[in-house]
Design a protein around this ligand. Structure first.
Ligand code: PLP
Length: 378
């Protein structure tokens, strides 16, 4: 028997929100408008030009000079999975920096792909020290990969990625460097070629200011050579060689039906990033984040992250003793239409995570968030 609905749901009418949590952030209006442009088929020659533009703009945004630059047809986690599944084969050793929820996820994913994972840990709010990662590399010089989270969204910590890349370059090693740039692309200084990062992935819904749905990914030529040499096949939908054939070499090849409107959105989001200028955009995120952190300190609220490694677009704030953090989040949403995040994962201490990303990285938005927080905490 077919299921019969008692009543058809009414047409969607979601409430307006100011999205100041760990992501998604609000979508820039021109990006939303781009999604209303005429739909093309994914094998249309007109669409190929769009893919070429996206590739060129992704290279510019990541600072990639060679290799592959694509946007995977799923969210940031798929970028993590694509990187690990293409670069690791069962039995390979990989070193992973774990100082929060996403580093832990990277280690867990690498294990699922059969890797021997060496975790190098740091506590909540600390950065994993590059010395500790390099010491692990001394013990495991044949490790295939070192994976780090550039912006650990669960704690608001930025990893000193440039220094790690430089140290690995000095070692002249075959070990590749993988960076999770989900919370940093378009909001925090990043230059993968200059910093010797072989593989980096991100998302669309944070500092780029597009909806969630794609995972921008860059892979150096050196890393692609590793992918081409592997012997164990990769899951079909994440296979970088098939994706390269689809995006670059033979764009008329069918691999998947591309999320065309999301690609339009990313196209416009990247255009806006580059129009603003990377350095200007990074500075805007830094200024807004610093303004927010000063306002929080003024209210006696302390942060989880070591100030020397504070991530600009995200502040993880200790919930003061005696305050019900979840209730504050609920009231911020209900009474002020502002979303802020809470702690992620069972080990997280009570916290609020306030993100000023993309469109929302302004001092005015920071002031709106702190004013609403004042009203709720009164
Ligand atoms: N890595 C980091 C640092 C993140 O913050 C997130 C999501 O917030 C992810 C990976 C996973 O991305 P997604 O939720 O788009 O799959």
């Amino acid at each position: 028997m077919p299921t019969v609905l008692a009543a058809l749901p009414v047409r969607l009418d979601p409430p307006p929100r100011l999205l100041c949590g760990p992501g998604p952030s609000n979508v820039a209006p021109p990006v939303l408008a781009a999604m209303q442009r005429p739909m093309l088929g994914h094998l249309d020659p007109g669409y190929h030009g769009i893919l070429d533009d996206v590739t060129a703009m992704l290279r510019a945004a990541f600072g990639a000079r060679d290799g592959l630059a694509i946007a995977l047809q799923a969210t940031g986690s798929s970028g993590m999975e694509a990187a690990l599944s293409n670069l690791l084969e069962p039995g390979d050793t990989t070193i992973v920096a774990v100082n929060g929820f996403f580093g832990r996820r990277m280690a867990a994913m690498a294990r699922r792909h059969g890797a021997q994972v060496v975790e190098v840990e740091a506590g909540w709010g600390e950065a994993v020290s590059n010395d500790a990662l390099l010491a692990a590399h001394d013990r495991h010089p044949r490790a295939r990969l070192i994976g780090v989270v550039h912006g650990e969204t669960s704690t608001g910590v930025e990893h000193p990625l440039a220094e790690l890349g430089a140290a690995l370059r000095d070692r002249d090693t075959d070990t590749l460097l993988l960076a999770d740039c989900v919370t940093t692309l378009g909001g925090v200084a990043l230059d993968v070629a200059e910093w010797n990062v072989d593989v980096a992935y991100s998302c669309t819904q944070k500092c780029l200011g597009a909806p969630p749905g794609l995972s921008p990914l860059v892979v150096s030529e050196r890393a692609m050579a590793r992918v081409r040499a592997r012997t164990v096949p990769v899951p079909f939908s994440l296979d970088l060689q098939l994706l390269e054939a689809y995006w670059v070499t033979r764009p008329t090849t069918y691999h998947h039906t591309a999320p065309v409107l999301m690609v339009y959105a990313l196209h416009e989001a990247l255009r806006l990033v580059l129009q603003e200028g990377l350095a200007e955009r990074w500075r805007r995120h830094e200024d807004a984040g610093a303004h927010l952190r000063r306002a929080l300190a003024h209210r006696g609220l302390s942060l989880i992250a070591d100030p020397d490694h504070q991530l600009a677009p995200l502040a993880a704030v200790h919930v003061p003793d005696g305050v019900d953090g979840r209730r504050v989040q609920e009231r911020m949403l209900r009474e002020h239409g502002i979303e802020i995040g809470g702690g992620l994962g069972p080990q997280a201490p009570p916290m609020w995570r306030i993100g000023l990303m993309g469109e929302n990285a302004t001092t005015e938005i920071a002031d709106r968030v702190t004013a609403a927080l004042d009203a709720v905490l009164e």
